[in-house]
Every structure is written in structure tokens, then in C-alpha cells.
Design a protein around this ligand. Sequence first.
Ligand code: SF4
Length: 675
Amino acid sequence: MTKTHCPYCSLQCGMSLERAGRELEVQPWAEFPVNEGALCRKGWTATGLRGHRERLTTPLVRDRATGELRAAGWEEALDLVAGRLRDLRSSYGADAVAVFGGGGLTNEKAYQLGKLARVALGTSQVDYNGRWCMSSAASASNRAFGIDRGLPFPLADIEHTDVLVLVGSNLVETMPPAARHLDRLRENGGHVVVIDPRRTPTADRADTFLQPVPGTDLPIALGLLHLLDAAGAVDEEYVAARTTGWEDVRRAAASWWPERVERVTGVDAAQLRDMGTLLAGAAKVTVLTARGAEQHAQGTDTVLAWIDVALALGMPGRPNAGYGCLTGQGNGQGGREHGQKADQLPGYRMIDDPVAREHVARVWGVPVESVPGKGRSAYELLDALGTDGGPKALLVFGSNIVVSAPNATHVRSRLDDLDLLVVSDIVLSETAAIADVVLPVTQWAEETGTMTNLEGRVILRQQAVAPPEGVRSDLDVMAGLAARLGHDFATDPEEVFAELGRASAGGRADYSEITYDRIREEHGVFWAGPRLFAEAFAHDDGRARFVAVEHRGPAEPVDAAYPLHLTTGRVLAQYQSGAQTRRVRELPDDGPFVELHPMLAQRIGAYDGEPVVITTRRGELKAPARVVDTIRPDTVFVPFHWVGANRLTNDALDPSSRMPEFKVCACAVTMVVSR
Ligand code: SF4
């Protein structure tokens, strides 16, 4: 029996893996505090990819004569990649090679990927798909608190808050074991508020449900600040002692009276007033944001506005209260701490910080001048591929860009313009299928490594079975490439973790005191402790920052040609781009659908189950209509686990986090006329 964790989302539920003959069975691990033995359908079926007929077990190289992928040996594949990278570097410079990582990679891989880019390849062009996940919340938290840890408290603390406000989170469907916290909170007399354009299963468990127009979470927060101020409910003592900037926020919120909020958001003014009264009377309020609030071209400002609400009430740092972000990907937190981001070095330190550069260069054993500076953010990097001055080669680890990138048709054309695309994956994902070289790697139960869950709890995934013959770990792949480029990289995960600890020492996310043994003994170890901000925030003066923001609205407003709002999201049985879960037999794979309100369906003549076409300025998708009264009549929803949804989405970026606006754009829907 091996104690480990689920391969999917940021809850990182504990599970036991037991051998049953040639099979591997998932069993509950009741003592692990995050999920207490509970798993969702994805967790229970997580071994479904083991031995899958589509599992890759040999490197693949695209044959120049036939254009097809053919089997190759590891030496041939790695020699070919290293040789082409050397050639491209000498022709175009080091930044001709780019590296793209993932928020599902272990901490060790994320660390090693940043080192591979900056030490072995000498390129500044490294970023990862977590930029598209929680980066707006990260940017806002750094600005407001001086540090970014998704939840600065254990998730179970929400059971003891008085009012929980979920902004753009569907946690009942996306991380079902966490739903028990909502039930316990309500048993304890607490009140749950859900804000979402769709009445999701999470909204069904709410006491208050606000259903705004997509992209208008920010003015709701401004309206609440207006009401709290007018009611004298701002915690003036806390604001004076622990924060700066309140007067600017007070001025920014002054013009957001409830009727104006109603005009912009569609949320009834009376309902907003009731919510203001509810917050004003609560001793403990917790605000949690997720992708619905964050994946916008104004995502950082939206999160800042909700942090302003929490600060005005005096909540952050108080027991069972405060602000947090519900990270999405399995290692969404750790993935952003160890240096696979374009602007960061290990320890969550900025790459232009001279002290950080000196420290990390020392650990890496390289001259500080050789460490490249800031590179392009994830979408900007992809947008530059194959262009004059842009990267000519891309190495992809743990990401399925063809499905998950916004404005995906354009991104696909950029990938097609590359001289070399190398993808490391366990199956032939949509991105691997167009690569020049595919490197087959181990999956979660076949390797050991740490992840950092949404609470900042560092956990250990332990190897339960040997990998199939022919595959190697990502760490082996990186070391193999580094060796061919003249660098010696460790391959043992515990050794890499110890190096990561040294590199992160003194940084904002300091792992130097964490060891594999401690993680085993303590059921995970929180970096910086389980609860932050009780005494001080992480800014030099110990104070949190209010930040005044104004509502700009979605980058692409609706108009006569595209009169509806499109929003995207997840379904229970699938995870991210679906490269893994779509291949698990026990998980239903119904394909994409277009969710729309009966009034809209009637207007366009669509019927439940019949195909409709959804069109945006970037592309179109034909999929069956799912007619439900749980969505706003002016909004349609498409899940993003299949090719198609992101052909529609807008690549407008948040100026601070560089988050694309996945969650809203203008669209039109028509029914398909059969001939
Ligand atoms: Fe896995 Fe997330 Fe489901 Fe837990 S909630 S079993 S971590 S997918």
C-alpha cells in the first residue's frame, strides 16, 4: 500500500494505491486531513490511464520524407533535439529556444524546467500554463499582501466563518470533496453566498445567489464597498492599524450606488443591499475567488476589489476569515514558486532582483551575468513563435496548448511556423500529435515528487509502481538534454528537492526547512506555516494595501453582430484539456456542448440535444445545445475540455498578470439548419 495523492486538481486529495494482481486499486486514505478519505469520480478512477492502449512507450520522431511520426530510440531522439537546439541557438541566439511548462508538474520538475531554460539553454523564454489559471489572483495578492499563497489558511477554516463569499467558484463540481466544508459551515449556522453567471451545483447549496452578467464581478465589489462605507461598517480601527490606501478606495466606491451596480451587472439592487447588510453584521467573513473572477483582462483589478472588501471588513489575518484564491491545477501553487515563470526565480523571487539573482546563480554554480532576464508571458510567448525575432523552437512539458490556449486557431498557426516542436507527454495529446519529437514520460503513480496544494501545503506523491519499459521521467529527459548541452543535472527527485530548497532559501516561498521525511510524518508541510497575516502582512511595513480600481468591462463588449456573452468552464468528470480524463473509460466523455437558456433557445429555434453553431470573431464551434434555465438568458456556456471552446475565446490580456480573458467574450448562436 502506497500513500500518495490524486493526479488532478489543486485539492491534491490523499489516496492509497494498492496492488491487486496486475491492477492498481485506489483506496481511501482517511487520515489525510484535506479530504478525509473522500475522492471525486476522477480520483477514484485515476488509475484508468495505467496500461492504456494509447500510452506512449517509445520516443517518436517526425520522418522528413513521409511527414509521419515514427518510433525512435531515446539516444536518437535526445541527440536530434539537442543538435537542433544548438543549431538554432547559434543561428538566432539563445532566445530562439522557448520552454513551456505546466501547473501540473511536480515542484521538482517546475524547478528543473526553469533551470533547464536559464542554465542549459540560456534562454529568457520560459513560461507555463499556470499563467492562464490563477495569475490574476497571484498578482493581486502580491500587491495587496506582499505575498501570494492561494489560501493563507487551511481550507477547513471556512467551516467556522460566518459568511463565505464564493466569487466565480464552482467548487462543488470542480473539487467535490471540498463541498463538505460548505455543508459543515451551514450546519454551524454560517451563510454561503455564490456569485456566478450560472446557477451551478455550488450555487444550489448557497443561501444567497447573485447571477451577474459575465465580467462584472468587480462592480459588485465596488457596490458592496459603497454600502459598507455608507452603513459605517468599515472596521476603522483595523484599517488604521493594519492597512494603507483606504481613502482612495472609499472615493472609487462612492459612485457605485446599488442602482448603478444593477444597471451594469444585472444584479438586483435590493439583493445587493441585503448582501451589504449581511456582511456588515458578520463577525467573520471569508471571500474566495476562483477562475470565474480571475480569467479576465481585468482579472487582477477584480481580485483587488474583492480583497478591498475583505480588508474594509477587517478580515485578513483574523481567525476563520480573510481572503483566498481557490487554485485550479494540481500544482497551481508550487508551479508558480520555483522558477518556470518568465519573471521569477525559485523561492517566488523576481528575476530582476539583484540579491535573488546572486543567490540562485550561486546555487546553480553559474556566473550571475549568465542568468537571463525576464521573458515573454505564456500567451505572448506563443504569439511570437516563428515570427521575426521570436522563438524558433518550443519544448513543452505538461501542457496541451492546442486545446488550452486562448484564440487557439491562431496559436495553432504559430506552432505550425516553428522549426522544432518537442512535446513530453504520457499520451499523444493534440499538441504532441503535431510535434516533431515526442518524448514518452512517466505518470503520477510511477514516480515520486512533491506538489503544493491550494493551501500552500507541500505534499509528497510517492511512486507505487514501476513505469512501463521505454518511458523516462521528465527529470531524466531534462537531465539528458542538459548533459548534451554540457550541464550536469540531478535526476533523483529528493536530490532535486533539496537543491530547490537551497535555491528558495530566503525567498517568499522558502522550502529550505522542508524534507521528504517531514512531509511523510506531518501529512504535508505548509510553507511559512498554516496561517498567514495574524501579526503582519508581508510588505516591509507589515501593512496590507488597499488598491483603488475602476470597472472597465470586458475587452470585447456585446454588439449587434455578436449579441451574447460567452463564458467557459469545467464539468465534473473532466480535467483541464482532457488529455488524461478523456481517455479514462469510466469517466463519461460526452464531448462539448453549448449551454443556453430556454428563452434564447426559443428565440433562435434551437432544441435540447440538437446542434447549434456558436460564433465569435475568432472562430466557430458546432455542438449540441443543452437547454437549461440555470444560465442567464444573455449568456452561453461551453466547457473547455475538448478542442473547440478555445477557438472562440479572446486573447485580450490583463495588463498586470498577462491572464487572457477566457471567461467572457461576445458571441452569436444560431441553430443548424438541416438540408
Ligand atoms: Fe482528485 Fe481534485 Fe477529485 Fe480530489 S477533488 S479526487 S484532487 S480531482
